[in-house]
Ligand binder design. Structure first.
Ligand code: AMP
Ligand code: ZN
Length: 135
């Protein structure tokens, strides 16, 4: 399934040229045009899924298995010191392109990037009640 108005559909399916570093029948991995660090790349499924909620679990698993392969390869070839794998869903979570993608972000000592969150306060009661809700 494709969305004619989706830029990542066009990139993943070869209608717009890009710097691809990996391709198979289901996925294209491209260099991010606004990289957080040297080598920042994106895994794009060729099929259009808006986000993780719309994507079947087996496809999500496939995409993350590819993330593992790419993390190994990129860490080695780029001589990276670590690696962030980031996947945003919906605007509130930072998603700006509404075609499922996984960020592959090699990390280097002293790269100055901040990828994370500010820890908030919690309480044992709150954690216990969340556990009951989510179990
Ligand atoms: P997100 O905020 O998780 O939706 O991430 C979207 C990412 O796509 C950002 O890191 C952008 O820099 C990147 N991006 C957007 N358009 C393009 C494009 N045409 N080619 C490569 N990367 C892109
Ligand atoms: Zn798309």
């Amino acid at each position: 399934m494709r969305d004619d108005n989706c830029i990542f559909c066009k990139i993943a399916n070869g209608e717009i040229p890009t710097n691809a570093i990996y391709e198979d029948d289901g996925y294209k991995v491209i260099l991010d045009m606004g990289p957080a660090t040297r080598g920042h790349a994106l895994i794009l499924p060729k099929e259009h899924y808006k986000n993780i909620y719309e994507m079947p679990a087996d496809k999500v698993g496939e995409a993350f298995a590819l993330a593992k392969v790419m993390a190994d390869r990129m860490t080695k070839k780029l001589n990276a010191d670590g690696f962030n794998i980031v996947q945003n869903n919906n605007e509130i979570a930072g998603q700006t392109v509404f075609h499922f993608h996984i960020h592959l972000i090699p990390r280097y000592e002293g790269d100055g990037q901040v990828i994370g969150w500010k820890p908030c306060d919690s309480s044992p009661e709150e954690l216990a009640s969340l556990k009951e809700l989510l179990i």
